[in-house]
Design a protein around this ligand. Structure first.
Ligand code: GLY
Length: 549
């Protein structure tokens, strides 16, 4: 039974801010935030809330919420422990470095981005069952809101209707069975999306745990789908998949202890690099969106992303020099390349394409009244992933294989290039940008944040933290003020359409090529005061919504 004030799945509202003391959830969809809140109200903690939110997102936000993808979790426990869980997808055992090259040796990005061959071995359900050791409620309670939303349906938002309509051709092209996402008439806001097959899959997971996904009927359906679509994932891949607890990436920044995801998240290397460089300058004196701050941060982003392409990949397969890259000596060395007021350039390397705007990863945060907090970024990669739904099982498979370096120097869908460190190998995890963050102050929970956005993820998280800590912006402004992004290649500064024209002109005068684009990320933020009261903000860029009490 839902409590009286709960959102009605057929008529619900989006709430952008909340404050209180008892707990909060902020995610990309009001019904998913509500599912998390329900767990808090039933006596669950931030982990119960996070798992319920992840599962509900797989139903109400199919573009990125998922059980067929993967992600990262940063967890802060009220007892002071910090943990990071890697449930990133893996390359199938039959995968190999040249699997997306055609007979001429050219990269076939259609295959790495669409359909069965684009899918890595999903990690989300393994991640959920690892996280369950810190949850308090029975799993059957936690998964029930997702089952209800899938079985009984819910009203879709305008954004969802638009996504389903614009991707209809892809759904038709990359599926071997009818899917819940395609119908004859165009979708419109308020239409009910029913996902009966997904509901059955969720019930199998409820009844059989992790084996309800990686073994038995669901696994058989995945393998049958792979056979029909000539995909690579086998029963052995599913059985061997495991989520990994990794040592958190932590660093100090102006009195905050920042905790984020280590490799295979590039954020765990790039965020400390960028913030350590920032610390060397009086940036709060420069001021928010001042010419000096914009130019400094752009160059810092360029310097960090140049290293991403060369050095970063799955640490289980490639010896990444993390300590060296984040050392003070290296930061000093890199900053010698910085010229105040003058645009740097990345023109000695072949440029990539502009990042696309449909980066459909998703992020959510939960906190509870005890001071536990969870920050999760989870993804199918592109919007609706590979567009392939597992026939009979009702869930979308990711297209995460495109996050590998398909061929050295060839940009992926986010314009990111890579080489040996991120080459495809059987069982390897593809490099990610997902950067879920928790920051403590004086040992107490202070900031929980993260965002989707492909390669713009780490720069958005960086800017959100600097907005809060250095520019003293309000939580809402730290999230909603226009963002910018530089990733070394292409040698361009991307700015949101709302970015002030005079700031764009100032950057151009310094020698930057500035490119306007659609929204950058959908940042979710919870800021907590030492007295336990919180303020939670859902990004104004989407259907993002807060539920708290
Ligand atoms: N698929 C987006 C990322 O992991 O960076």
């Amino acid at each position: 039974m839902l409590p009286a004030h709960a959102q009605n799945p057929y008529q619900y509202s989006i709430q952008k801010t909340a404050s209180g003391k008892n707990g909060a959830v902020v995610s990309a969809h009001p019904l998913a935030s509500e599912a998390g809140l329900l767990m808090l109200q039933k006596g669950g903690n931030a982990v119960d809330a996070a798992i319920a939110t992840q599962l509900a997102l797989a139903v109400v936000y199919p573009a990125a919420g998922n059980i067929g993808g993967g992600g990262f979790m940063v967890l802060h426990l009220a007892n002071g422990r910090n943990l990071t869980l890697d449930f990133r997808e893996k390359a199938p055992l039959a995968g190999h470095r040249d699997m997306y090259l055609d007979e001429k040796g050219e990269a076939d990005l259609n295959k790495s981005q669409h359909g069965h061959l684009a899918a890595g071995v999903p990690g989300t359900i393994a991640g959920i069952f690892q996280a369950m050791q810190y949850a308090r409620l029975p799993f059957k309670t936690i998964i029930q809101p997702a089952i209800d939303l899938a079985a009984k349906g819910f009203a879709i938002t305008e954004a969802e209707a638009s996504g389903l309509n614009s991707d209809k051709e892809d759904f038709l092209k990359y599926n071997t069975r009818p899917t819940a996402f395609v119908r004859d008439n165009a979708w419109k806001a308020g239409d009910t999306l029913l996902q009966k097959e997904l509901a059955k899959t969720l019930e199998r997971i409820r009844d059989h745990g992790q084996k309800g996904f990686y073994e038995g009927r669901t696994a058989q359906l995945i393998i049958a789908e792979m056979k029909r679509g000539k995909g690579l994932i086998t029963m052995e891949d599913l059985k061997k998949y495991h989520a990994v607890w990794r040592t958190p990436s932590t660093f100090q920044y102006k009195g905050y202890e920042v905790i984020t995801m280590p490799l295979p998240s590039s954020g765990g290397v790039l965020l400390p690099m960028m913030m350590k460089m920032t610390e060397r300058f009086p940036i709060s004196r420069y001021g928010f969106h001042s010419d000096s701050a914009l130019q400094l941060m752009t160059e810092i982003e360029r310097l960090a992303y140049a290293d991403r392409a060369k050095f970063l990949g799955d640490p289980d397969f490639y010896p990444v020099p993390v300590s060296a890259l984040t050392s003070e000596e290296y930061i000093t060395q890199r900053l010698k390349l910085y010229r105040p007021g003058i645009a740097g350039n990345s023109n000695d390397i072949q440029a990539g394409d502009a990042p696309k705007e449909s980066e459909q990863t998703t992020h959510f945060n939960t906190i509870d009244k005890e001071g536990n907090a969870v920050s999760i970024t989870t993804t199918l990669n592109g919007g609706y992933g590979s567009h392939t739904v597992v026939g009979g099982a009702g869930f979308l498979l990711n297209n995460e294989m495109d996050d590998f370096s398909v061929k050295p120097g060839v940009p992926n869908m986010f314009g990111a290039v890579g080489g040996e460190a991120n080459a495809i190998e059987p069982g390897k995890r593809m490099l990610s940008s997902m950067t879920p963050v928790i920051a403590l102050k004086g040992g107490q929970l202070a900031i929980v944040t993260g965002t989707p956005g492909g390669t713009t993820i780490t720069t958005s998280v960086y800017q959100t933290l600097v907005n809060l800590i250095d520019f003293n912006l309000s939580p809402a402004d730290a999230v909603n003020k226009p963002k910018f992004h530089m990733q070394w290649l292409p040698d361009q500064v991307f700015v949101e359409k709302e970015f002030p024209a005079e700031k764009k002109a100032a950057l151009e005068k310094m020698g930057y090529k500035v490119v306007s684009r659609g929204r950058i990320g959908r940042t979710e933020l919870i800021v907590r005061q030492p007295d336990g009261s919180y303020q939670a903000i859902g990004d104004s860029r989407g259907d993002d919504s807060v539920a708290g009490y």
